[in-house]
Design a protein around this ligand. Sequence first.
Ligand code: SF4
Length: 187
Amino acid sequence: MTHQLRLHHFEPASRANGPGMRSVLWLQGCTLGCPGCFNPLTHSRDGGSLCSTDEILARVLEQRGRIEGITISGGEPLQQAAPLAALLRAVKQAAALSVVLFTGFTWTEVNRLPGGAEVLANVDVLLAGRYDATKRVASGLLGSSNKSVHFLTPRYTQADLDRVPEAEIIIQPDGEMRFSGIEPLRW
Ligand code: SF4
């Protein structure tokens, strides 16, 4: 059965959002309100666009052979837990791709959320907790030091996260430049 996810942006191939080359999905919608949030355009639940999980799966599988996994960010992915769980299940069934998930919820909150366990069942690495601008670190995929990292499978280690570049510029076919990563360049 297909589900609908509200998507802010799909990046087919990125090196600054997890180990190796990855497709990245920024999901739309977040009510957690971290002061200093780096991505406020993802907050509105009316923004972005509704996409079926079948369509997103097809876009991910187009990159198979080029990517080693997908990264889910936001916005707050776990505020769309049911369709996200369905997507991750389908990705894992279709290909040997890894999954990295960023959430603003803490580890304890994730485990209490309806649908949280179903999402975690297909996640390799979870980065959890609110962004705290007073504890900014921008390394090892962590935006702030209060966040926690959870290796839910043996697929990756902290050394893999430490090797991820802090920033990247992706030049689109039409010449548009996209800035990405835990410490994106700005000018
Ligand atoms: S959880 Fe993420 S998207 Fe939501 S306000 Fe906090 S930093 Fe921003």
